[in-house]
Design a protein around this ligand. Structure first.
Ligand SMILES: Cc1ncc(COP(=O)(O)O)c(C=O)c1O
Length: 464
């Protein structure tokens, strides 16, 4: 950007505000994009420019950016209570309602819900509960956690350790010892030459079992996975992957933890991502869509065996030594209850399937005319479009060309917010999107791709 005026919001942001997942030097040079307000699937910056928010913010604002019912639910909850907590036997009444509602929706029988305020806290809570489970069953040494390359589970220290992304580890000396990573089930990039999908699945399951044998099954507590990896590039596992992997895990008495933070609440075309990919979790972590991110609230849904272990652990009268000040916050639960009511009233699952099919066929049509799209993949309303130098050989672009970042900049210029993950472009719009919104995304995507493709072909992009 041009030099910001002293004391402008832009200049003050650079001076005073440390941003998440941002290079600070690049930020100082280009300054912030200051967002001002939202309307349905659109947002407006402080210059009045309108964008289609095709990422639902951070894969989260499923009900769009101006849902009056959520605002009213929060206001009414505030009228009653600014705050109450869930420690030491106390609870706001609405927190009970949300716990019951989540348990009725979740694919885990006889469940209970535990509340926290972020996805990271929810995934970490599942780790602690898995440790309790095994300790009570006479295996206190079963503590290691297996996650997957290119998985994302949050930014706190254990959650970051479970991420399968070097950028989440490099500055911090992570992962912590005992946090292991197995192969990512990416059918596009992970298969060997001439390897069929059944063989690929068998190899992934076999490699997991090798790791378990090498480490010792008695040292491993749990396996955590997003049903469909979001931040890792929208990776849809091949058919039969979770069945094969779970067979291995059950053989070795390892708990299955679903990170439904992005996939939950209809995103993948079923209420839960686990249903889309055939995963049968012992616990699941929920956040983001639970409140459409209008309030920071997350939850863990845990099955009966884990509840029983917790009871056994504390049968002498000790307490569950875990909790967050804002767990089960009355305003958060009111917003979440209203969000779930809206999902039910709009019949979110068939709506997502219909809009997802329209978006998919539009992206496929654009990709069919492009010379730099390698693959369009996804489920429900969650897509990744991988840009490559040569679709026939799947050869990636030179990393220095930063094609994904270039696409991002051009999309912004066109009024489209996507998320580049390397050279894969993610699209994950609010679930309330209608036909016109889908068509707008397709047209802006086509326009952006066409410009980037022309630049590639004219060799206008210099490798850094
Ligand atoms: C799959 C997944 N799990 C966990 C998290 C962490 O959630 P939070 O940022 O609320 O801690 C994220 C955040 O993007 C996520 O995508």
């Amino acid at each position: 950007m041009s030099q910001p005026a002293p004391n402008s919001a832009e200049a003050r942001d650079v001076l005073f505000h440390l941003h998440s997942q941002t290079n600070s030097q690049a930020h100082a040079e280009r300054g912030p994009l200051i967002m001002d307000r939202g309307e349905g699937i659109h947002v407006f910056d402080n210059q009045g420019k309108r964008y289609v928010e095709a990422m639902a913010g951070l894969w989260c604002t499923s009900l769009g950016f101006s849902e009056a019912r959520l605002k009213r639910a929060a206001a009414e909850a505030y009228d009653r209570f600014g705050f109450y907590h869930t420690f030491n036997h106390k609870t706001p009444a609405a927190t009970i309602d949300l716990a019951e509602k989540l348990c009725s929706l979740a694919p885990i029988p006889n469940a209970q819900a535990y509340f926290a305020t972020s996805g990271s806290e929810a995934t970490e809570t599942m780790v602690k509960l898995a440790w309790i489970y095994h300790a009570v069953h006479g295996k206190p040494g079963k503590r290691k956690i297996i996650s997957r390359d290119r998985g994302f589970h949050g930014s706190t220290i254990v959650a970051a350790s479970m991420c399968g992304m070097p950028r989440m580890h490099r500055e911090f000396g992570l992962p912590l010892p005992g946090f292991l990573h197995t192969l990512c089930p990416d059918p596009y990039r992970g298969t060997l030459p001439r390897e069929g999908m059944d063989d690929f699945v068998a190899r992934l399951a076999g490699s997991l079992e090798d790791m378990i044998r090498q480490e010792g099954a008695d040292t491993i507590a749990a396996f955590i996975a997003e049903p469909i990896n979001a931040g890792g590039g929208v990776i849809v596992p091949p058919e039969g992957y979770f069945a094969a992997v779970e067979a291995v895990l059950r053989r070795h008495n390892i708990l299955v933890l679903a990170d439904e933070v992005v996939c939950g609440f209809g995103r993948t075309g079923n209420m839960w991502g686990s249903q889309t990919v055939g995963m049968t979790p012992d616990m699941m972590a929920l956040a983001k869509g639970i409140s459409s991110s209008y309030f920071p609230i997350s939850a863990v849904v845990l099955g009966k065996p884990v509840q029983d272990a917790l009871a056994e652990m504390n049968k002498g009268g000790e307490i569950f030594g875990h909790g967050f000040t804002n767990s089960g916050h009355p305003v958060g639960v009111a917003v979440a209850l209203e969000a779930i009511r809206i999902y039910e009233e709009m019949d979110v699952v068939p709506h997502v399937r219909a809009m997802g099919a329209r978006l998919r066929s539009g992206l496929d049509a654009v990709a069919g005319k492009s010379r730099i799209v390698g693959q369009v993949r996804g489920a429900g309303l969650m897509f990744g479009v991988e840009l490559v130098a040569n679709p026939a050989t799947r050869a990636a672009f030179d990393i220095g060309l930063k094609i994904g970042a270039r696409f991002d900049a051009e999309a912004l210029r066109n009024g489209l917010i996507i998320r580049p993950m390397g050279d894969t472009i993610a699209i994950c719009p609010p679930l309330i999107i209608d036909e016109a919104g889908v068509d707008e995304i397709i047209e802006l995507f086509r326009r952006t791709l066409s410009t980037v493709e022309q630049e590639v072909e004219a060799n206008l992009l210099a490798a850094e």
